[in-house]
Design a protein around this ligand. Sequence first.
Ligand code: CA
Length: 329
Amino acid sequence: MRSLFIFIILMTGAQAAERLVIAHRGASGYLPEQSIAAISMAHAQGADLIEIDLVMTSDDRIVVLHDPYLNNLSSVPAVFSDHARKDGKYYVVDFTLEELRALELSERFNDEGASFPDRFPVHKSSFEIFTFEEAIELIEGLNKSTGKDIGLLVEIKLPEFHFENGKDIAYEALKVIKCYNYLKRSDNIVLQDFDFNSLKRIREVLFPAMDMELKLNQLLDGSDRYDWMRQPDGMAFLSNFVDGIGPHMGIVVDERSTKDDIIITPLVQMAHDAGLWVHVFTFRADEGMIPDYADDFEDLLDIFWNKAGIEGVITDFADRAIKFKDKNK
Ligand code: CA
């Protein structure tokens, strides 16, 4: 009886420790984020899920981009100098898809130069912006040609900003997803957003109206608009609408932690008590991106997987997380 009891505990432990590696914007540690090349490389690396972000164009197409503007990822000022708004930004929603196709997509940069100096060089080779439909077809095509079953984690960016610009991005994204026949919770796609109201609307209004039901993930960080979720009652309420949470690493392991004193916040336990998974962002191996409490990238993974007990890591370096996962089974 006792050994059965121990066996059940071990089984429960094994289940709780099921680990997912999620490639953040494709293999963005190695190639310009969300390019076809970066997504293909993440697929070849063998990530469990590939994360992409969606933004809308002026002609109601959905493109795979993180920022609502193009300034830090493309050659835009040289090509469309008249398209900037008063704040100096070139918003995707002011461009047609055809105009976006004329741009070169670049490794991310800022006023000082490359955002990640050791990554792929800025403005080199040739990459282009592509659509949500093309991303789905790319993953499905690679799944077919390789025999793998890699899923998509789709982030709907800034629903409120899109509404202000006359676009219902959540609805438009669901229409595309439905066209590709992703209709049920068992389908290999997860939708995520920082905007709780948008996720709630998807669950309560759009899913029933469109006869679909997919898995949803609530993103959150340390800002006070998420304070209510970071309480047991709030987390239980949240679990009525979503299947998991995607917290910033700083609210899972306290940033005041040191190597001798890793402070795990109650967030993961609260989420698990509410029946939610925890997929943490963003694990980066670049110099200067490892918190002081971890020795290196692998130690950071060890802390989050083995000490904090999370399920998924969202990382720019899926290859290294997979290697760590395989070695520490
Ligand atoms: Ca994202």
